[in-house]
Design a protein around this ligand. Structure first.
Ligand SMILES: [Ca+2]
Ligand SMILES: [Ca+2]
Length: 59
């Protein structure tokens, strides 16, 4: 049974959040993209960047 995982900042799915994941987020900036909407406000913006920065280096 597949378990849905929470949204993380690991956009390229390599197991860790690094700056390699940043282009994926930047590409959706200003758009509505649930996969990258870390603060869940409906659009990709600075709040999501802040969360990304805070989680960089985490698994
Ligand atoms: Ca990653
Ligand atoms: Ca957002």
């Amino acid at each position: 049974m597949r378990v849905l995982t929470a949204i993380t900042s690991d956009f390229n799915n390599d197991g860790v959040t690094t700056f390699d994941d940043l282009p994926n987020l930047a590409n959706t900036f200003g758009k509505a993209s649930p996969r990258f909407d870390l603060d869940n406000d409906g659009v990709i913006g600075f709040g999501d960047l802040l969360i990304f920065a805070r989680t960089t280096g985490e698994g």
